[in-house]
Design a protein around this ligand. Structure first.
Ligand SMILES: Cc1cc2nc3c(=O)[nH]c(=O)nc-3n(C[C@H](O)[C@H](O)[C@H](O)COP(=O)(O)OP(=O)(O)OC[C@H]3O[C@@H](n4cnc5c(N)ncnc54)[C@H](O)[C@@H]3O)c2cc1C
Length: 417
């Protein structure tokens, strides 16, 4: 029997085993997936928890439920991969051998990487919402907060769902407005980027939305430390942003075992070929989802589009044939903008987010880079799709590769407004 070992039963790992099991003969292939616990979190839901829109318990289901028949789920913390011995070690001493390894252990917020971030003020005036604990603690804080200066802050890119901090700022504006206390809250958006977002067209558009909402922008801010006594963010070039409440996106990093195994870059992401997801160092290791270093967003949608192509490549590769599918970095993300509206962006390695309609040119129904109520409903519907369609590896009627159909390029921007 050949052994396929998948590390991580999150978004990408779960989809991978669901898509690969039917493609690999059961009398030839044993498939095992490893995760540290049996609680699968719907992470996009974390955004809504601080504002009381989702309850934490609505976002968690047992992983086991999504692991198909014929795949073994092993619970345990991965300690390291020994690629030359083709086996992994778990922290409790167990060893699991493999012929092929798929790394899908994602990325995590690391407040410990910024001096002062997880100090005395952590979860008192400094919060994150990239963990369910953090989002829940922030909900409790916001319920009684009387106002002051709110800094929404990103330490460094890449982060998973790079639009999430902007969404948080938009939703905070709406939340304080609805509570009749917006005039008592000053909101500042502090980012290491030179504008609101990474790509020029989207950055201009989203920057304009911050301005409309009277959210100040503090760009090019490379944080050096958080001063707990004065409650101040201090940058490398000694600028200071004081806050009463800091909502930060800590540095995001791949799992530490990736570094211990000699498989990662400086942020513990696995270097892979950006089209095939095959490790640059080992011919029997792939990295999928947030765990790799590919230059696109770290997002569930990316994992989903990858899983439309990766299984075919995997099967070709293990049979010694050239891989025929090339992933293009396709990502799309709904952006909540508050008061029941949202935007959508759709892009890939080569094409930045552009205005237009998606998925059907001229029809949509979703609008790209423009606010609409339907986009908001799309975002909410995504949770159902996640549990019922994406994770079980069912097909969605959306093309895996990005399409220019429906997008307004330089010549057409504005034509359909
Ligand atoms: C606030 C927020 C909002 C988001 N919004 C969106 C959105 O609107 N749209 C979108 O597409 N994406 C969104 N995302 C991103 C999306 O959730 C992730 O990109 C996606 O879950 C990545 O899947 P993954 O399988 O690579 O990693 P994960 O789903 O994080 O899975 C990694 C798994 O590896 C396991 N693991 C890690 N280390 C170890 C170890 N040492 N031993 C054992 N197991 C280990 C973990 O327990 C976990 O189950 C959002 C994320 C956040 C935090």
């Amino acid at each position: 029997m050949k052994k396929l070992l998948v590390l991580g039963a999150g978004t990408a790992g779960t989809m991978a085993v669901n898509k690969l099991r039917p493609r690999l003969r059961r009398d030839e292939w044993q498939i095992t997936v490893v995760d540290q616990d049996d609680a699968h979190h719907y992470q996009p839901g974390y955004l809504f928890v601080p504002f009381g829109a989702y309850r934490p318990e609505e976002l968690v289901k047992p992983r086991r439920r999504f692991v198909p028949d014929g795949v073994e789920l092993v619970l345990g913390e991965i300690d390291r991969v020994l690629p030359d011995e083709t086996k992994i070690l778990l922290a409790d001493g167990r060893e699991l051998p493999y012929d092929y390894l798929v790394i899908a252990t994602g990325t995590s917020p690391r407040p410990d990487q910024t001096p002062g971030m997880d100090g005395a003020e952590w979860r008192r005036s400094i919060f994150d919402f990239f963990t369910l604990d953090g989002a829940t603690a922030l909900r409790d804080k916001l319920a009684t907060w009387e106002g002051g200066r709110l800094a929404v802050h990103v330490v460094e890119m890449p982060i998973k769902c790079p639009v999430a901090p902007l969404e948080f700022a938009f939703l905070a504006d709406a939340f304080f407005t609805d509570r009749g206390m917006r005039d008592r809250v000053e909101i500042v958006y502090v980012t290491p980027l030179e504008g609101a977002f990474t790509k020029p067209v989207a950055s201009r558009h989203l920057g304009g939305m911050l301005e409309e909402r009277k959210i100040a922008l503090e760009p090019d801010f490379m944080v050096e430390r958080v001063d707990n006594e004065t409650r101040t963010l201090v940058s490398m070039d000694e600028r200071e942003v004081p806050f009463d409440l800091l909502v930060t996106i800590p540095l995001n990093m791949g799992a530490d075992y990736v570094a211990r195994s000699g498989l990662g870059d400086e942020l513990n992401y696995v270097p892979v070929d950006k089209h095939t997801l095959l490790s640059k160092a080992y011919d029997n290791i792939f990295a999928v989802g947030d765990a790799s270093n590919i230059p696109t967003s770290k997002a569930g949608s990316v994992a989903h589009f990858q899983m439309d192509l990766f299984p075919d490549n995997f099967v070709e590769h293990v049979h010694g044939r050239p891989m025929t599918k090339a992933f293009d970095g396709h990502a799309n993300c709904f952006i909540e903008s508050g008061h029941g509206k949202g935007l959508l962006i759709d892009f890939n390695y080569d094409t930045e987010p552009l205005p237009g309609k998606y998925p059907l040119p001229g029809i949509g129904p979703f609008s790209l880079l423009r606010e609409s109520e339907l986009n908001h409903w799309g975002k909410l519907m995504f949770r159902w799709m996640y549990w019922n369609v994406m994770l079980p590896g069912k097909e969605l009627p959306l093309p895996a590769l990005m399409s220019m159909a429906g997008k307004e390029t330089g010549d057409t921007v504005g034509a359909s407004r």
